[in-house]
Design a protein around this ligand. Structure first.
Ligand SMILES: *Cc1c(COP(=O)(O)O)cnc(C)c1O
Length: 382
């Protein structure tokens, strides 16, 4: 059996036609017709009014913060339970991340804690400049309650939908509910451009500003005129060609990710101590980027997620602990954090199972059977 990876790129076979076209026209540079085409495809898929492709999801978050006026000394609220790329751009702006804990069912921003934290920051003298709401592992955050709170305090929301392309809350596409949404096309995401990202919004000004700042803040003049500090955050026209080929199969890919989740859930339903990150009610539609489980050693007879991960490794199965919360990261230890232990517990118990769209039925069954053996003790001391 080959190594079974957590989440790998999966080409549609249509990518090369866009790349070859770029080569034929000698459009081997950033931006260009493939970038325009990819932006059009993303606009159609998400229903967002405007899309600006950039070099990464991280760059998109950085530009979103700048577009919302985040500056040195500002505070920005961010979900603690996420990948560091959600929070790093806050520090690029010399602003201060304020971390908020998760709720148990979606693993995303806890609305009551968010409200408490906003009031507390205001009491301490500073109203947060923006809120970064993450849709982790594809699971939509509780956007109705979060938006009510954000609107009440008039704080703009950036949706980090890097892991949530195609996910929906109450029929609304993740990334199009707040002021600005960001997507990632890194190699491990549902679709990839090898590396890339996008900023999406229903307001033209944000996408325009992002494109301009990401193109060295070059003004529309024949000579190179600059009134602001810019960045080279452009997407390569070759990478965008991969993206266009990937868009042709995006719906199938989402379907397969969801199928992976439902397979594991059904196959493991009788195993004690294993629970899943699952849609709390019918308003939540997750793309199930990665199938994430919690392993409760109190119910598995002492088997921990780390035990499973190491046993999997011996069997050439890649699994990974869930993200370590930002408030527990050495680099962010000085940042204010409004936490109640929820994400810390998720971190201690959580494991992501192999979730690639190119995983075979045989491989998936091997993962399931292996997990079953580890838990039922047959591999406890193997
Ligand atoms: C992948 C990811 C990002 C960053 O995207 P890149 O394209 O890798 O820069 C941001 N936030 C989350 C939650 C992610 O998973």
């Amino acid at each position: 059996m080959k190594y079974i990876w957590l989440s790998t790129p999966h080409m549609s076979g249509q990518e090369m036609k866009y790349i070859e076209e770029a080569f034929r026209k000698n459009h081997v540079f950033p931006n260009g017709t493939n970038v325009d085409g990819f932006e059009g495809d993303l606009k159609k898929f998400t229903g967002a009014g405007y899309v600006s492709c950039v070099s990464s999801g991280t760059a998109a978050i950085h530009l979103a913060l700048i577009a919302l006026g985040v500056e040195q000394g500002d505070e920005v609220i961010c979900s603690s339970f996420t990948f560091s790329a959600s929070a790093n751009p806050i520090v690029y702006q010399k602003a201060l991340p304020v971390f908020i804990d998760s709720e148990r069912d979606t693993w995303n921003l806890q609305p009551a804690t968010l409200e408490f934290a906003i009031k507390d920051r205001i009491k301490k003298g500073k109203k947060p400049k923006a809120i970064i709401a993450v849709h982790l592992y594809g699971m939509p955050a509780r956007m109705d309650e979060l938006m009510d709170i954000a609107n009440q305090f008039e704080i703009p929301v950036i949706e980090d939908a890097a892991e949530a392309i195609g996910s929906r809350f109450n029929g609304k596409v993740c990334g199009t509910i707040g002021e600005i949404g960001i997507l990632s096309f890194n190699g491990n995401k549902i679709i990839t451009t090898s590396g890339g990202g996008a900023l999406i919004s229903n307001k033209q000004k944000y996408c325009q500003k992002a494109k301009y700042l990401g193109t060295q803040a070059r003004e529309d003049l024949p000579h190179y005129e600059h009134s602001e500090i810019g960045y080279n955050y452009r997407m390569s026209n070759i990478c965008a060609g991969i993206g266009r080929g990937q868009m042709e199969v995006l719906n199938e890919r989402i379907q397969k990710r969801r199928e992976n989740f439902f397979f594991y859930k059904e196959a493991l339903k009788d195993l004690p101590g294993i629970t899943f990150l699952e849609e709390p009610d019918e308003r939540f539609f997750s793309n199930h980027w990665l199938t994430a489980i919690l392993v409760d050693p109190g119910k598995t007879g002492g088997v921990t997620r780390e035990h499973i991960r190491l046993e999997f490794e011996k069997l050439k199965i890649e699994s990974r602990p869930v993200w370590k919360p930002m408030h527990l990261q050495p680099v962010f230890k000085e940042c204010p954090a409004y936490v109640d232990g929820t994400s810390e517990r998720l971190f201690n118990l959580g494991l992501c199972l192999p979730s690639s769209t190119c995983i075979t039925d045989e491989e998936r069954s091997f993962v399931e059977e292996s997990l079953r053996k580890i838990i039922t003790g047959q591999r406890r001391d193997a």
